[in-house]
Design a protein around this ligand. Structure first.
Ligand code: HEM
Length: 153
């Protein structure tokens, strides 16, 4: 019963984190479309995404806490299996990608949006990097779910 509760929390955290990442991805696509038409009118759209990092943080906290709980209940048996080690490495990559790449890009984009004159070429670079960032996050999620379900060894 306790194990199932941890698994439930794990999946709720997964839905929250993966769902918010997808919403972030879709919202940015809309933002860039609007930005191409009218840069000033697009700015408030960034404001509507301001709570996404908090939701992602909550989702990841739930995933990690429940994952550690399940590991403790199974006496770390999964820790010795290859699929789990790969999964764990990808989890670390997802977190680092989020903090080092994603957050930084969004912060510099927000800063540019407050400037009166900003270099269009650099904004375009942020756009491409953000797209790559989202593709990488979604791909890594998919691989983690694949590994967790099939448990290849
Ligand atoms: C983005 C991060 C993660 C995702 C998307 C994810 C996804 C999943 C999914 C979909 C399952 C269900 C598998 C099933 O019931 O067949 C699962 C199970 C599990 N996960 Fe994760 N997980 C993540 C991170 C972690 C972390 C960080 C840990 C450990 C610290 C962990 C430990 C476990 C354990 C022990 C199970 C139970 C395996 C079983 O008994 O079937 N997970 N995970």
């Amino acid at each position: 019963m306790i194990f199932q509760s941890f698994l439930l929390l794990h999946l709720v955290g997964l839905v929250l984190f993966a769902g918010t990442t997808t919403a972030d991805f879709v919202s940015f696509r809309q933002f860039w479309k609007q930005y191409a038409l009218d840069a000033i009118a697009a700015r408030p759209m960034l404001q509507s995404m301001i709570k996404f990092p908090l939701l992602m943080g909550l989702g990841m906290a739930a995933i990690i806490l429940s994952g550690v709980g399940m590991m403790a209940m199974t006496h770390g048996v999964f820790g010795e299996q290859l699929w789990f080690r790969i999964k764990f490495a990808i989890v670390v990559l997802i977190i680092l990608n989020n903090i080092i790449i994603g957050r930084r890009l969004v912060i510099s984009l927000r800063k540019r949006m407050t400037e009166v004159t900003s270099e269009a070429g650099e904004t375009l670079q942020i756009k491409h990097k953000l797209r790559l960032f989202h593709y990488a996050q979604l791909l890594m999620f998919f691989v983690i779910i694949l590994l967790s379900v099939f448990k290849f060894n």
